[in-house]
Write a protein of this length. Structure first.
Length: 192
């Protein structure tokens, strides 16, 4: 019996985290906890048994998203094609701005939640610097482009995450394409 209870508790916790991810993405980090519970198909009391505070739940969801970003960065670092690695990273970043707006607010902001992931943010920044250096060494970047230029492009993309969802996908996608066109060297193949 205790083993079944542990399995049920794990299942409930996983459903809560998945529901929180969806709820926060759709309604922001201030979305009601009862909405998280409803999406998870559990009672509010069960939700609070797993996550006594909103901050604990948000931090858990953010940790999951930060880990996913880390996995994407490691894949980019392993990619032997420097342009595909860097351009894929820019496009993945743009996609996260569209689909994880509220979570990105917490991660990219200056609050306690963002500070909790400072080491991971520094690790991702270092990985980006490596990707840019590799692309520059391969000659696929426009002369003079450095990591600060790429970061400026990413900040411009991130600034658009507050647009209404109906507009953000189109505008962020266009800006990501413009950033890539702006950093790409003239001889870089356009198929990647």
């Amino acid at each position: 019996m205790p083993q079944k209870q542990r399995a049920d508790a794990r299942s409930n916790r996983e459903r809560v985290v998945a529901a929180a991810r969806e709820t926060f993405a759709a309604g922001g980090l201030d979305a009601p906890m009862r909405e998280v519970a409803r999406r998870a198909g559990i009672g509010v009391a069960t939700l609070y048994r797993h996550f006594p505070t909103r901050t604990e739940l948000v931090t858990t969801v953010l940790a999951e998203r930060v880990e996913a970003c880390g996995v994407q960065m490691r894949r980019a670092l392993d990619d032997p094609d420097p342009w595909r690695a860097l351009s894929g990273t820019v496009l993945d970043f743009a996609d996260r701005q569209i689909h994880d707006q509220a979570l990105n607010e917490a991660l990219l902001g200056a609050g306690d939640l963002a500070a909790a992931f400072g080491a991971e943010r520094r690790e991702h920044a270092q990985a980006l610097a490596v990707l840019v250096a590799r692309a520059r060494a391969a000659g696929v970047l426009r002369d003079g482009v450095d990591v600060d230029d790429v970061r400026a492009g990413l900040l411009a993309i991130a600034s658009l995450r507050r647009l209404p969802p109906a507009v953000s996908a189109r505008v962020i996608g266009k800006l990501a394409d413009l950033v890539l066109a702006g950093i790409r060297g003239e001889e870089t193949p356009r198929h990647s």
